[in-house]
Design a protein around this ligand. Structure first.
Ligand SMILES: *[C@@H]1O[C@H](CO)[C@@H](O)[C@H](O)[C@H]1NC(C)=O
Ligand SMILES: *[C@@H]1O[C@H](CO)[C@@H](O)[C@H](O)[C@H]1NC(C)=O
Length: 244
């Protein structure tokens, strides 16, 4: 998902490179920023309606009837399954800032998600020394999720080929809400386990900032470049603007 979002930014970026060269720099930067903001607003529609033409499913809400995963990592092995999974809120973002810096070839932004949450039924069956078997309903939310980011890019002198040099993403979360049923059959203990999960996720997101940023950068930079390499700019713009 993150990569789809990044591509939008990059494409918007690419689509206005070379345009309006005559404009003063600051006006140019403002107009590029506003094209990106418009692109992201249009992208909301793609998330909500999907784009059958381009094989993109509806992602807000994102639903999965049934899915199961085999887990096999040394000590732990077993299966983890979800049913009636629904993720909400990918389209509920607010663009707080969007700043283009043409001289430094970079884009900085700040985007806020009010609530990114999923509901699902789950089933876990794992064994090592002992066996854990759980099933029930679950609700899990990241509230006030803030994504601060910086994308550095370069442009080929002759080809205008856009390359992403670095993608830095710093997420932070205001509140984590975990309501997973049946972690324990005792209600008090179940609440306690959910609190541990809430704290763990909050700390992982908010305190491991550099770790997350490095990881995203490593993952996202080649993905962005691969995707740019495979498609023409107009293809990608068509996905974003003509989604439905
Ligand atoms: C889940 O997220 C959606 C979209 O952000 C929001 O409208 C809804 O209130 C959230 N659900 C709960 C229970 O918080
Ligand atoms: C929780 O687990 C019990 C058995 O341990 C099961 O009877 C019950 O249906 C489960 N709750 C839900 C909501 O699935």
């Amino acid at each position: 998902m993150k990569s789809v979002f990044l591509i939008t930014l990059i494409v918007a970026l690419g689509s206005c490179q070379g345009a309006e060269v005559a404009e003063p720099l600051s006006a140019q930067e403002r107009s590029i920023s506003s094209v990106i903001v418009d692109g992201l607003e249009a992208f909301r529609g793609v998330l909500q309606n999907g784009s059958p033409k381009h094989g993109l499913p509806v992602l807000a809400p994102m639903k999965a009837a049934k899915r199961s995963f085999e887990i096999n990592s040394g000590e732990f092995s077993g299966t983890f399954g979800v049913e009636n999974f629904e993720l909400q809120g990918l389209d509920q973002y607010e663009i707080i800032t969007m700043n283009m810096d043409v001289i430094r070839s970079r884009l900085t932004f700040n985007i806020n998600f009010a609530s990114l949450n999923f509901t699902t039924d789950y089933e876990v069956d794992m064994g090592s020394g002992y066996r854990i078997k759980r099933n029930g309903g679950a609700f899990f939310a990241l509230e006030d999720l803030n994504i601060q980011g910086k994308i550095s890019y370069s442009l080929g002198v002759f080809t205008s080929q856009l390359r992403v040099k670095d993608v830095l993403i710093y997420p932070s979360v205001g509140n984590v809400n975990s309501q997973i049923e049946n972690l324990s059959q005792y209600r008090i203990f179940n609440r306690k386990l959910n609190e541990i999960i809430e704290e763990f996720v909050t700390l992982t997101i908010n305190e491991n900032t550099d770790f997350v940023a490095d990881w995203v950068s490593e993952q996202a930079t080649p993905i962005c470049n691969d995707l740019i390499g495979d498609r023409t700019l107009s293809d990608i713009i068509a996905i974003i603007t003509g989604g439905n």
